[in-house]
Design a protein around this ligand. Structure first.
Ligand SMILES: Nc1ncnc2c1ncn2[C@@H]1O[C@H](COP(=O)(O)OP(=O)(O)OP(=O)(O)O)[C@@H](O)[C@H]1O
Ligand SMILES: NCC(=O)N[C@@H]1O[C@H](COP(=O)([O-])[O-])[C@@H](O)[C@H]1O
Ligand SMILES: [Mg+2]
Length: 388
């Protein structure tokens, strides 16, 4: 039995805990608020600010975990190097978590050191620098905080007079203490995918069938698997995923994000060194092993005899239209449960914000079924669930 300290206790952590406990592991789930989804199913929990290095150290010293599994990016990640030196396994590695929590580190590694194709980009520490960079990149362009996720602080800038707002919005959506943004060329992609990639302690790198997804305001709305893409594009994406995960080192499942364009090919966008939100579609049984089970096996060094696509799947998110400190209620459960081949996963978040992701609808169908129809079904059903 391993003692696993889970840093971040959202919906992704909750599924990871369930997989880990089914393999007899002991989990301490951490987050900044009480009653977080993964805490509801873990053995123990800790509530503290994971951006605070001293607090993080206190909790690590208290529990002496064998393994630390970061689940979010808002963590004082520099400390992870020390824990790793002390013999604690950091997932996938302290290096990977440090590089990916800051867009600058991962983008420079991918574009400059590894030579992967990305959108053109610059960094800006002031509004002036942002304006200069926008001049070089042109419009539209995309502005994001160096540290953020799920589209927080991200804006699509269509003209110069929107830059000031993008600067303010980016700074206010930034996590931690840095006031620096990345400005990227807007890629007019035809589709985007997440390539779930598994790096193993003993064994080759494995890839899941590509997951297609649709984002709005930088946050995921629906995902589906398998995405039908050009086999040459898939091969290129797999090669890039292999390169970047090897450079970052460690064992675990990663969500590697790409933009695909018929005319311009494959762009590397970014990656999560952990299960990906769009990968929740694997909870519909699209694969023999879902992304959380794969992460766990890779982390524990357990065998993965192969990844097989079993059926097609689609996920559609349920967002809260309201902000409330009270425990949310859900309408429409009968509407969902009367549907065939459909699962509902309410995450159990104890309070809401506007547009906070509260649950997901998952639909599946045999391999030869119509994927577009399945996507429509998942979206139609998700719309019937109301958070109030
Ligand atoms: N340069 C770009 N050109 C076109 N679209 C973009 C660009 N950058 C981001 N996007 C869109 O915004 C989405 C979110 O961007 P990105 O993945 O960088 O943000 P994030 O906040 O890290 O999201 P998450 O943490 O949920 O993965 C992308 O999936 C894509 O749809
Ligand atoms: N794109 C990253 C992502 O989806 N992360 C997932 O969302 C949770 C935070 O949700 P919250 O903001 O609603 O607390 C995280 O804990 C993780 O499970
Ligand atoms: Mg992303």
């Amino acid at each position: 039995m391993k003692k696993i300290l889970l840093l971040g206790s959202g919906e992704l952590g909750k599924e990871f805990v369930i997989s880990a406990q089914r393999k007899g592991q002991h989990i301490i789930a951490c987050d900044s608020y009480a009653g977080a989804p993964a805490m509801q199913v873990a053995d123990e929990f800790e509530i503290f600010d994971m951006l605070n290095g001293e607090e993080l150290e206190r909790v690590v010293k208290k529990h002496h975990p064998d393994i630390i599994v970061p689940e979010i990016e808002a963590i004082r990640t520099e400390r992870l190097y020390d824990f790793e030196k002390e013999g604690i396994q950091v997932v996938p590695s302290a290096r990977a978590v440090n590089f990916t929590m800051n867009r600058k580190a991962i983008r420079d590694l991918a574009a400059q050191e590894l030579g992967l194709k990305t959108a053109k980009y610059f960094y800006a520490k002031t509004l002036e620098e942002l304006k200069e960079a926008a001049d070089k990149i042109g419009f539209p362009c995309v502005v994001k905080p160096l540290m953020s996720s799920s589209g927080k602080g991200q804006s699509l800038v269509k003209s110069a007079d929107e830059l000031e707002h993008a600067w303010e919005y980016g700074c206010s959506g930034s996590r931690g203490d840095i006031r620096e943004l990345i400005i990227e060329e807007f890629i007019k992609f035809d589709s985007e995918i997440t390539l779930l990639t598994v790096t193993q302690k003993n064994g080759p790198t494995l890839f899941c069938p590509p997951i297609g997804h649709v984002q709005k305001g930088g946050d995921y709305r629906e995902s589906f698997q398998p995405a039908h893409i050009d086999p040459a594009h898939l091969k290129e994406a797999e090669e890039m995923a292999e390169k970047v995960t090897r450079a970052l080192t460690g064992a675990g499942l990663w969500g590697v994000e790409f933009f695909l364009s018929h005319d311009n090919g494959v762009y590397f966008s970014e990656l999560s060194p952990r299960p990906h939100d769009t990968g929740m579609v694997t909870l519909a049984g699209t694969q023999n092993l879902n992304e959380f089970e794969l992460h766990l096996r890779a982390v524990l060094g357990l065998p993965i005899p192969g990844i097989k696509q079993e059926r097609i799947g689609a996920s559609a998110v349920i967002l809260s239209p309201i902000a409330s400190q009270e425990r949310p209620q859900y309408r429409g459960l009968e509407e969902v449960t009367k549907e065939e081949d459909t699962y509902l996963r309410i995450f159990g978040k104890p309070f809401t914000r506007v547009n906070r992701r509260m649950g997901v609808v998952l639909c599946y169908a045999p391999l030869d079924s119509d994927l577009d129809a399945l996507r429509d079904k998942a979206k139609r059903i998700a719309e019937k669930v109301e958070v109030h």
